[in-house]
Design a protein around this ligand. Structure first.
Ligand code: ATP
Ligand code: MG
Length: 552
């Protein structure tokens, strides 16, 4: 896909590695989610990058659950992550790994550091360790426990593991350099006590490795050639390399790239969890969420998400991508794959005065003008139809090419009409539009010579199915809800981001739509069949409008 485009800097690194003959057996990447939430579109970028590279160059990609934090992790999240990666179109085959499977090996690595005089047990509490860290440009102070003997350290670490000590009472730290200009090198904590059962290892462990120790060492255990991570880990790299060197393990190479940010939403699992917990959305898979499962329910296709990630590309600097680019990619794909249907969201009756009472016709209608193989269906036509309320105006401006007294309009796949009148109730609300039709003007066999500038969608009243439509808008009212540190981002939540429309009139074939099947409702946008019904009625979720309505 990216062959036409210029190569990104990671591809250039890999190509030069391969040119040097470095990885004759192929490259290895991994996607390492922490199972503490559902995947979002930012993760999709990482998935597309990691799996994409090993599809392009010979190699394999591992799925590794980075499960070192028992408090926030669960198997529900593990399952959702697997479902979402598969749905996106990627396959890790049998390479499903868990950092927790490496706990014994990681423990051995830690004791190896201790034996080499490169790690020590610190009895200080978190605050003390923090206060000894120093600051940028100002060296830290060494812990009084820094020069414990190897024997004492081994003994204490063993007893930490055995559960003899309270949480927070001791940690294991790497012994590096308290004066290093890189704060991550100032004797970082690599193990902590946590008396908490883990979703996979149960209560076997009382100590858990810190991210920096677990993550890098897991890369080496799996012999990952290129370990791709987001920019915030750039200054963790010296520690990553230090551990590889001191442990003498497989030298994975860490390469950082810019994380994906999208406007009008947030991209952190912790923040998304807040939206779920506060009940502002129906769950992680609410169609407004930037999660992969939310986007699936919204009707985004896997191909469109992949195309978006490719288009955004890989950068070395953080930036915020416009939501309309994602929607563009969604529209571009759905235009090719979505069948066209007619649905009237705000119906008003249209009576065709000269159409015989009781007569009905079934008119052929192509499913997708972009795809001949999509075939066609038949639409019932009769004397009483529904059209959109907004498609009629009593006294319209000149450029209004819809229905108005005395004007002509074509009904899609059907006839040209001439509007003869309308009725309102005592409150002035339009209740009915009246028209006559030109019998010779049928689409495909029009011999009438009559002209009409506009074309409307419609459904036959007698044949219409009733349905419910969920309309969605941006999740937040401002483009960057996190920009102002003094305002709680939840204050920017868009209360009007979800609207339910009942009494929608659907062409009858829509009742047969499959769950999650995408459609273009003519002139209205893309919609997808919801996985659940509403009191026995079919529900459709709005995916995206037909054109960019954000940039007004
Ligand atoms: P969050 O901040 O949402 O919790 P995370 O980085 O903590 O995200 P992980 O489960 O640790 O989530 O991430 C798994 C992989 O996905 C990591 O390699 C991470 O760098 C990558 N990733 C996470 N968010 C983004 C993003 N916005 N853009 C690109 N990659 C991302
Ligand atoms: Mg994380």
């Amino acid at each position: 896909m990216s062959s036409k485009e210029s190569k990104n800097f990671i591809e250039l690194i890999i190509e030069s590695d391969l040119a040097e003959g470095k990885f004759p057996e192929g490259i290895k990447t991994r996607f390492p989610p922490e199972p503490n939430g559902y995947l979002h579109i930012g993760h999709a970028k990482s998935i597309v990058l990691n799996f994409g590279l090993t599809q392009k160059y010979k190699g394999t990609t591992n799925l590794r659950f980075d499960d070192t934090n028992p408090e926030t992790e669960s198997t529900e999240y593990v399952e959702s992550i697997k479902r979402d990666i598969k749905w996106l179109g990627y396959d890790w085959e049998e390479r499903e790994y868990y950092t927790s499977d490496y706990f014994d090996q990681l423990y051995d690595f830690a004791t190896k550091l201790i034996r080499g005089g490169l790690a020590y047990v610190d009895d200080s509490n978190t605050e003390t360790i923090q206060s000894q860290k120093g600051a940028v440009g100002q060296a830290g102070t060494e812990s009084p426990y820094r020069n414990r003997s190897v024997e004492e350290n081994l003994d204490l670490f063993e007893r930490m593991k055995a559960g003899e000590f309270q949480e927070g009472s001791r940690v294991l730290r790497a012994k590096i350099d308290m004066a290093s200009p890189n704060m991550h090198m100032r004797d970082p904590v690599i193990y902590r006590i946590k008396r908490m059962p883990h979703h996979r290892t149960g209560s076997r462990w009382n100590i858990y490795p810190m991210y920096d120790f677990a993550h890098g060492q897991s890369d080496s255990i799996e012999e990952i050639t290129h370990s791709l991570c987001t920019l915030e880990f750039e200054n963790h790299r010296p520690l990553y390399n230090w551990l590889i060197e001191k442990l003498g393990i497989y030298p994975s190479r860490q390469i950082e790239f810019a994380r994906l940010n999208l406007n009008y939403t947030v991209m952190s699992k912790r923040k998304l969890l807040l939206l779920v917990q506060k009940g502002l959305v129906s769950g992680w898979d609410d169609p407004r969420m930037p999660t992969i499962s939310g986007m699936r329910n919204r009707g985004y296709s896997p191909a469109s998400i992949r195309a978006f990630c490719e288009r955004v590309g890989i950068a070395k600097r953080d930036n915020v991508i416009d939501m309309s680019l994602l929607e563009f990619c969604v529209r571009e794909d759905l235009n090719k794959i979505a069948d066209r249907r007619m649905a009237v969201l705000d119906p008003v009756k249209l009576i065709i005065e000269n159409y015989p009472e009781g007569q009905e016709e079934w008119l052929p209608a192509e499913n997708n003008p972009e795809d001949d193989s999509a075939g066609s269906r038949e639409l019932p036509f009769s004397k009483e139809l529904y059209i959109e309320r907004e498609d009629f105006m009593e006294d319209p401006p000149k450029k209004f090419f819809r229905l108005a007294p005395g004007r002509n309009v074509r009904l899609k796949h059907a006839y040209i009409l001439h509007c003869t009148g309308f009725e309102r109730d005592e409150k002035g609300r339009l209740t009915e539009v009246r028209a006559t039709y030109y019998p010779d003007s049928r689409s495909g066999s029009d011999i009438s010579g009559i002209k009409a500038k506009g074309t409307l969608h419609w459904v036959s009243a007698k044949h219409a199915a009733e349905g419910v439509v969920h309309m969605y808008d941006r999740l937040f009212k401002v483009p960057e809800p996190l920009a102002d540190k003094n305002v709680d981002f939840l204050e920017y939540f868009n209360e009007e981001s979800h609207r339910i429309i009942k009494g929608v009139k659907l062409e009858p074939s829509l009742t047969e739509a499959q769950s999650l099947q995408p459609f273009q409702f003519l002139r209205k946008g893309y919609f997808v069949r919801n996985t659940i019904e509403h009191n026995g009625l079919p529900v459709f979720n709005m995916t995206v409008g037909l054109r960019d309505s954000w940039k007004k």
